[in-house]
Design a protein around this ligand. Structure first.
Ligand code: ADP
Ligand code: F6P
Length: 324
């Protein structure tokens, strides 16, 4: 394989640049040509591309976001859009494509693969909601960002004897929420995977108050109420009304998607980018790369999309015990 493309798709994630850098440098090291495709599948369909060289990815490993920009491309969900993408690859001489994104982007890569374009997907999303890998690129950085921000909130909650209700990202998954809940000493973590009872949470807060607990952190995964933008604010108001404890809500929002990637994300992204090009060099496509423990693995795209990711019930239960 002599000429490959690389793109980032869906929500951006810190570490994507490290992955792009590893893809480009590995391919160039192996004597391949590299086409950078901007703004996800849109760039492929609209010819928003450029030739990459070793210097195209200089000084980006430490930067959040994506050098290639990203976007969502509804057109690609239609067969006509996919066929247009196949033709674009042929016109550009692209034999293989590295797609850095989430499950949705994987579906697009699978469609291209079914038409002969060899694609390899890398798990780029802060949500960690991709079952074919233990960790996604961006997840570690996002959790550390949340931890730093919640620690700041704890300062003011402590000063005012307050309850902070903090909403975190994760789309329909609670992995960010449950891990940062433990890391930040939350009294409760509300996540889509687990049923909860607000009245019982209030009873627990009142019991802790009686033994001297003065301030409280509650982490809410956005997925518990994706259709209720004011959920966290309403929860804080209800807690204050029922307990008399002053409560304030904070939605961390898109700050969780920015920042310089951590060592873990930089190393993970570099390893995965290199692994993807090694597959393409062997003319292997229709795969997605993951990590299991410390071992890099790859799976058939369609198999990967059928996988289910377990939720760590023990970690979730831990927050209830060590936060009394
Ligand atoms: P993520 O990749 O982070 O899950 P999205 O779900 O928004 O993000 O998908 C990103 C892009 O992948 C979409 O804008 C679209 O171009 C493409 N895509 C998503 N779902 C499909 C699908 N079922 N078939 C083909 N392409 C898809
Ligand atoms: O998938 C990453 C993510 O940040 C989710 O956690 C969040 O729900 C979503 O993207 C936000 O999407 P957008 O950036 O389009 O608002």
């Amino acid at each position: 394989m002599k000429r490959i493309g690389v793109l980032t798709s869906g929500g951006d994630a810190p570490g994507m640049n490290a992955a792009i850098r590893a893809v480009a440098r590995t391919a160039l090291y192996k004597g391949m040509e590299v086409v950078g495709i901007r703004r996800g599948y849109n760039g492929l369909l609209n010819g928003d591309v450029f030739e990459m060289n070793e210097r195209s990815v200089s000084s980006i490993i430490q930067r959040g976001g994506t050098l290639l920009f990203t976007a969502r491309c509804p057109e690609f969900k239609e067969e006509a859009g996919v066929l247009k993408g196949v033709q674009a690859c042929k016109d550009l001489g692209i034999e293989g494509l590295v797609v850095i994104g989430g499950d949705g982007s994987y579906r697009g890569a699978g469609d291209l693969s079914s038409h002969g374009i060899k694609c390899v997907g890398l798990p780029g999303t802060i949500d960690n909601d991709i079952a074919s890998t233990d960790f996604t690129i961006g997840y570690d950085t996002a959790m550390n960002t949340v931890m730093e921000l919640v620690d700041k909130l704890r300062d003011t909650s402590h000063s005012h004897d307050r309850c902070s209700v903090v909403e975190v990202m994760g789309r329909r998954a609670g992995y960010i929420a449950v891990n940062t809940g433990v890391a930040c000493g939350a009294v409760e973590v509300l996540c889509p995977e687990k049923e909860y009872d607000v009245e019982k949470i209030i009873e627990k807060m009142q019991a802790s108050r009686k033994i001297g607990k003065q301030n409280f952190i509650i982490i809410v995964a956005e997925g518990v109420a994706l259709d209720q933008p004011n959920y966290s604010f309403d929860l804080a108001k209800y807690i204050q009304e029922k307990t008399g404890i002053e409560a304030r809500a904070t939605i961390l929002g898109h700050v969780q998607r920015g920042g310089s990637p951590t060592v873990r994300d930089r190393v993970l992204a570099s390893q995965m980018g290199n692994y993807a090009v090694n597959l393409l060099e062997q003319n292997i496509g229709n795969r997605v790369v993951g990590i299991r423990g410390t071992e890099l693995v790859d799976y058939d795209i369609q198999e990967a999309l059928k996988m289910q990711k377990p939720f760590d019930d023990a970690l979730y239960d831990l927050t209830k015990v060590i936060s009394i």
